[in-house]
Design a protein around this ligand. Structure first.
Ligand code: GDP
Ligand code: MG
Length: 162
């Protein structure tokens, strides 16, 4: 029998990842960026940003009818957030795994929420839930020209001597 080959391919996607105000205040920015970097995804956009209320409302417009919506909007504008675009194969689902369940008490240890949180109302980080929402959120939080087109390339780690 001939050998069988399995092609493990995932579409290259972009996810909008945001460190929420509690994550910034608690000094988790470096830790969180490290987890995405060492996983192997590429950082395409990054900024510290004080969100206006209208933007937080628009970002979470799908949750408008939920009882916690007003509190959620207040939380997101309560201090600066770190806005990021991470790119790579399957990054949407993979980022959600790195992040963990919405309620940090239920999130597995080893995930960001599982390691650093205890309540849904202060769950440290946001990650897009679909490629379409990813693109919608990137367009909301980043302006034209704020994203950088580059390729992560290991030759940058090597020094050559003549
Ligand atoms: P996510 O995709 O895992 O971030 O979760 P959702 O899209 O369902 O909810 C968006 C955000 O709303 C969550 O990340 C929480 O910050 C907040 N949230 C969700 N459920 C609750 C809740 O029951 N109480 C409060 N206070 N906030 C919640
Ligand atoms: Mg969500």
């Amino acid at each position: 029998s001939s050998p069988r080959f399995f092609a493990v391919t995932q579409a290259v996607e972009r996810s909008y990842i945001m460190i929420k105000p509690d994550g910034v205040q608690r000094g988790l920015v470096g830790e969180i960026i490290t987890r995405f970097e060492r996983k192997g995804f590429s950082l395409k956009g990054l900024k510290l940003f004080q969100a206006p209320k209208e933007l937080a409302e628009e970002h979470y417009s799908e949750l408008k009818e939920r009882p916690f919506y007003p509190e959620l909007v207040k939380y997101i504008v309560s201090g600066p957030v770190v806005c990021m675009v991470w790119e790579g194969p399957g990054v949407i689902a993979s980022a959600r795994k790195l992040i963990g369940a919405t309620n940090p008490l239920l999130a597995e240890p080893g995930t960001i929420r599982g390691d650093f949180g205890i309540q849904s109302g202060r769950n440290v980080i946001h990650g897009s839930d679909s490629p379409d929402n990813g693109e919608r959120e990137i367009a909301l939080w980043f302006k034209e020209g704020e994203l950088v087109e580059w390729t992560r390339n290991r030759t940058h780690m090597l020094a050559f001597r003549a």
